[in-house]
Design a protein around this ligand. Structure first.
Ligand code: FES
Length: 77
């Protein structure tokens, strides 16, 4: 099963996969306590690079979305 990076509406990037590492600029690995992983996209988390839910408190708004049909609009294969 592929790893999925799901961009949440007005929220974090959620990494859905079981074989994922988050490393810093030197290649040092962050401790990950649970899956899936949520990475901060709003810039306000106190636990960067992870989301701590602050995006909800500050009213983070993100307008970007992928172009194309939504997954539920695609025919079953
Ligand atoms: S996206 Fe959740 S705290 Fe930034």
């Amino acid at each position: 099963m592929p790893t999925i990076i799901r961009v949440r509406k007005n929220g974090p990037c959620r990494i859905e996969g079981e074989d994922v590492k988050v490393v810093d600029w030197d290649g040092r690995e962050y401790k990950v306590d649970r899956l899936p992983i949520a990475l901060c996209r709003c810039g306000a988390s106190t636990t960067k690079p992870f989301c701590d839910g602050t995006h909800s408190k500050i009213g983070f708004q993100a307008a970007e979305a992928a172009v194309g049909p939504a997954a539920e609009d695609k025919p079953a294969t």
